[in-house]
Design a protein around this ligand. Structure first.
Ligand SMILES: *[C@@H]1O[C@H](CO)[C@@H](O)[C@H](O)[C@H]1NC(C)=O
Ligand SMILES: *[C@@H]1O[C@H](CO)[C@@H](O)[C@H](O)[C@H]1NC(C)=O
Ligand SMILES: *[C@@H]1O[C@H](CO)[C@@H](O)[C@H](O)[C@H]1NC(C)=O
Ligand SMILES: *[C@@H]1O[C@H](CO)[C@@H](O)[C@H](O)[C@H]1NC(C)=O
Ligand SMILES: *[C@@H]1O[C@H](CO)[C@@H](O)[C@H](O)[C@H]1NC(C)=O
Ligand SMILES: *[C@@H]1O[C@H](CO)[C@@H](O)[C@H](O)[C@H]1NC(C)=O
Ligand SMILES: *[C@@H]1O[C@H](CO)[C@@H](O)[C@H](O)[C@H]1NC(C)=O
Ligand SMILES: *[C@@H]1O[C@H](CO)[C@@H](O)[C@H](O)[C@H]1NC(C)=O
Ligand SMILES: *[C@@H]1O[C@H](CO)[C@@H](O)[C@H](O)[C@H]1NC(C)=O
Ligand SMILES: *[C@@H]1O[C@H](CO)[C@@H](O)[C@H](O)[C@H]1NC(C)=O
Length: 762
């Protein structure tokens, strides 16, 4: 399924590039930042000023006549933005764009970039329990509003039933809008907001295929993410018999507001920014964004720009790290004022059983959704299975394939499907059972592979022999598999390119094989020529991990309504788990199951019950982020683009944000001078009153690490105390690319742990 998501992204990119090449010569969408302090007093609203500025731009460029200027202006203006930025979006010719740049109040403009999209059981896996902890203390996130910018919703899903839910919170200013096949009466006390945004997309190409001009989800992604974060409990959910059980969102009493800005025909920043603007003014508490823009500086990243305003208004923003792992520097949303979520596995496997004619029974991974006739099918070994012609000769058999020499199980499956083989056993290290969804197949590991090969070879070497035979069966779900969690291979890795001085990603959450609600008319799979439909689907990605953290944030907000977004982020990070269910450090599937570094794992794997009571938090105020932007040497304009304020105080620039993690860059291979890196942090005591914290450091080879002071004595709740962390290089021998350890503050009840990364990657 990860592959499916990749393909759809690729497709939308190709489609967009195609469009650009056709329409570039005429006009383009731009997001335009304006200086609100420069607005003349004669204008009563920012909207009328933007309109007037736009008409002047059209007037000055020779292509327009004054007669039809008003109608021109209104057709050129796409959105006026209110909360997320001072400015608007418009579809402009190159001349009009140039003319706009000369007008008073103009700051900068950005091209309208495309954005990239990237169970039943995950609540239990996270340790959530109705009678105690985060579910209990927050009443399942009661009255917290989770907004999602995504592909829409399927409102009829059982996961949006509102049984037992109380009246809407009075602070809610949003609503459900009527749209095609989406009457606002479909909303209820669970699904409380539904709006859609596609003016940017239509301005770029009026002929674009939207899917449906409606908040209704025609792709499935938004139904899945929103119900993962805050879906109601649904009994007897399953994916064709796999993962059967009660499905529940993480914050099952929170409300859902859907802002559809991701369309089958494309996904543009101008629509996404308008959606975030609406979510902020409607009053959402938590925003979940399972998409991002790659390779842009913060001041050109529409998600970073729009979420700065959300942060200022106290909205907690969770984003996905991206699905471009396992190489370093692949992360998007490496933005200091959001939480960035990596994806991990759970201790649950989906299995198929292979029974050989000699009585051997072998278990392997499978998510095959069909039925298999279990009657003594001939089984044959076909090596790399890279020759479709050869495969056709054995199509009535179970074919055994080996994944070697750069062939992938994915290519092999394509060959097997093309040859119309009966079934297959794939000998491979891949861990993604969803590959097998559409074809009767089992993935077995290389050790078991030798057993199967030995059995089938005995047949091949003696053709007179009665044939080797086997049975296969499917739909087995097993729990407690070890090790778990692990960071999955596809999850994008840090460091962040847009701001390497803040360690990213922040945390890992379940992202692989997540079961959640799905539109009943959107394909989940193909089975031969038959289309497979289901009201639940199991998919993977950081897109799935992100709403888990949105749900956890909703629980924390429900229990601690006074915590800032940075305090909630700190609580989630410092209480996360670094050990798996074998009591060893969490592993990285993408790096051959070696220990996962914080560039893959972040601070750890989210643990909602512990996050409820973190003891200390690292809080961050708006000016702290401004100090960081100043230290990045951004121009005044660039900072204003993000902060919307024309008077940014850059008197105390600092890259040393009060963040619950540490990253230090050192030059590699230089033996001349001893280098020292120093961090300063302030922690707030959110526990009960008087307490004493003592520091503990895990040593990092080659470095001396000290904390001053090494003891923090708090006299009361909400008291703040500061400390310094000093990292010195002992011997300037060749440094490792990535070294890491942890700093923990401990009192009798709490462990407040932060990762420390020392790297030569700049
Ligand atoms: C915005 O306008 C004010 C008043 O004209 C000016 O002082 C300020 O420098 C401007 N800011 C930017 C970023 O251009
Ligand atoms: C989509 O629907 C809205 C109203 O719900 C309408 O204003 C708009 O013109 C429609 N767009 C298209 C392309 O049909
Ligand atoms: C949209 O379709 C109409 C009618 O087919 C055509 O005349 C027009 O050029 C198309 N516009 C674009 C931007 O492709
Ligand atoms: C396959 O299943 C059939 C029917 O249950 C059974 O009779 C047969 O012995 C099985 N064969 C193997 C190889 O297990
Ligand atoms: C599979 O994993 C094992 C153990 O980690 C390793 O020895 C082997 O080379 C891997 N095989 C492939 C095809 O990657
Ligand atoms: C493996 O790949 C190499 C080079 O691509 C090729 O020379 C060799 O024949 C391949 N081995 C098999 C078993 O296909
Ligand atoms: C095939 O023959 C070999 C030896 O000739 C024997 O060991 C093996 O058990 C036979 N396989 C079956 C399925 O009868
Ligand atoms: C910003 O500029 C100063 C002075 O030139 C320099 O020392 C510093 O390294 C720069 N910071 C960054 C993040 O590039
Ligand atoms: C960033 O600053 C540079 C230099 O002042 C300027 O050319 C560019 O337009 C700015 N971009 C944005 C989006 O503010
Ligand atoms: C090592 O450090 C010295 C002094 O700080 C500097 O002149 C030299 O260029 C550095 N060498 C490398 C390989 O970074």
């Amino acid at each position: 399924m990860i592959l499916h998501i990749h393909l759809s992204i690729l497709f939308s990119y190709i489609a967009l590039l195609h469009l650009i090449s056709i329409t570039l010569a005429q006009s383009e969408n731009y997001i335009i930042h304006m200086n609100l302090s420069a607005m003349p007093k004669s204008f009563t609203t920012h909207h009328t000023w933007y309109q007037s500025t736009l008409s002047s731009a059209l007037d000055n460029s020779q292509f327009t006549t004054t007669n039809n200027l008003n109608s021109q202006t209104s057709s050129k203006l796409i959105y006026t933005y209110t909360h997320v930025m001072n400015g608007f979006s418009a579809n402009l010719s190159p001349e009009e764009h140039e003319s706009l740049k000369t007008l008073p109040g103009y700051i900068s403009s950005l091209p309208d970039l495309p954005v990239k999209l990237d169970t039943t059981y995950s609540p239990q896996f996270l340790g959530l329990n109705p009678s105690k902890g985060a579910w209990h203390d927050s009443n399942f996130g009661n009255d917290v509003i989770v907004g999602l910018i995504d592909t829409g919703v399927w409102p009829e899903s059982d996961s949006f039933k509102d049984h037992g839910m109380t009246k809407l919170p009075s602070k809610w200013k949003g609503q459900c809008e009527n749209s095609i096949h989406f009457k606002k009466s479909l909303c209820n006390r669970k699904l409380i907001g539904a709006k859609f945004f596609n003016k940017g997309l239509l301005a770029k190409d009026p002929n674009i295929t939207l899917g449906l001009n409606s908040t209704r989800d025609t792709e499935g992604h938004g139904t899945h993410t929103s119900t993962t974060a805050a879906g109601s409990r649904v009994d007897e959910a399953s994916f064709f018999g796999y993962a059967a059980g009660t499905a529940s969102g993480i914050a099952s009493n929170s409300r859902v507001a859907m802002y559809k800005a991701i369309w089958e025909g494309g996904r543009l920043s101008s629509d996404v920014v308008a959606a975030i603007d609406a979510a902020i003014s409607d009053g959402v508490d938590v925003l979940s964004l399972s998409f991002g823009v790659d390779d842009v500086p913060l001041y050109e990243d529409p998600v970073a720009i729009a979420t700065f305003a959300a942060m200022e208004k106290g909205v907690f923003v969770t984003t996905s790290a991206g699905n471009e792992g396992p190489e370093h520097k692949t992360i998007h949303n490496g933005t200091p004022w959001v939480i960035t979520v990596a994806a991990g596995t759970m201790d649950r496997d989906f299995q198929g059983t292979l029974t050989l004619g000699n009585g051997n029974t072998i278990m392997g991974l499978s998510l095959y959704i069909g039925k298999f006739p279990s009657n003594n099918v001939p089984i044959v070994f076909m090596g790399l299975c890279d020759n479709v012609k050869e495969l056709k000769k054995v199509k009535s058999k179970i074919v055994v394939c080996e994944d070697k020499n750069g062939t992938s199980a994915y290519d092999q499956l394509n060959n097997l499907v093309e040859a119309k083989c009966f079934g297959a056993v794939l000998i491979s290290n891949v861990s993604d059972a969803s590959l097998t969804q559409n074809f009767a197949s089992i993935i077995i590991n290389p050790i078991n592979g030798e057993i199967v090969k030995a059995y089938t070879k005995s047949y091949n070497s003696n053709s007179k022999n009665s044939s080797s035979i086997a049975n296969m069966s499917f739909k087995k779900t097993v729990f407690g598999t070890k090790p778990a969690p692990s960071v999955d291979s596809y999850s994008s890795r840090g460091p962040s390119k847009s701001c390497p001085f803040v360690l990213k990603p922040d945390v890992t959450a379940p992202g692989t094989s997540i079961l959640a609600a799905w539109p009943t008319n959107v394909l989940v799979s193909h089975l031969g020529t038959k289309e497979a439909l289901s009201n639940f689907n199991m998919i993977s990605g950081t897109s799935m991990a992100c709403p888990h953290v949105a749900g956890v944030a909703a629980l924390l907000k429900g229990a601690h309504s006074d915590w800032s977004p940075a305090a909630i982020r700190s609580a989630i990070m410092t209480t996360s788990d670094i050990l798996d269910n074998t009591k060893k450090h969490i592993k990285d599937i993408g790096k051959g199951n070696k220990v996962a570094t914080p560039f893959a794992l972040g601070a750890g794997h989210v643990n909602p019950n512990r996050a409820l009571d973190p003891g200390l938090v690292y809080d961050v105020g708006v000016q702290d982020y401004v100090n960081l932007l100043c230290a990045l040497n951004y121009s005044h304009k660039n900072i204003t683009t993000i902060t919307r304020s024309s008077s940014n105080d850059c008197s105390k620039p600092s890259l040393d944000l009060n963040y619950p993690s540490f990253i230090a860059f050192f030059d590699s291979g230089n033996s001349s001078s001893k280098t020292i890196h120093e961090f300063r942090r302030t922690v707030t005591n959110v526990g009960e009153g008087q307490t004493i914290y003592v520091v503990s450091i895990t040593p990092i080879k080659g470095f001396s690490i000290s904390v001053i002071p090494n003891k923090l004595v708090f006299h009361e709740k909400n008291e703040k105390l500061s400390f310094k962390l000093r990292i010195g290089v002992d011997r300037m021998t060749k440094l490792k690319k990535v070294s890491f350890g942890y700093l923990s503050w401990m009192d009798v009840k709490h462990v407040v742990r932060s990762p420390i990364v020392i790297t030569t990657m700049k």
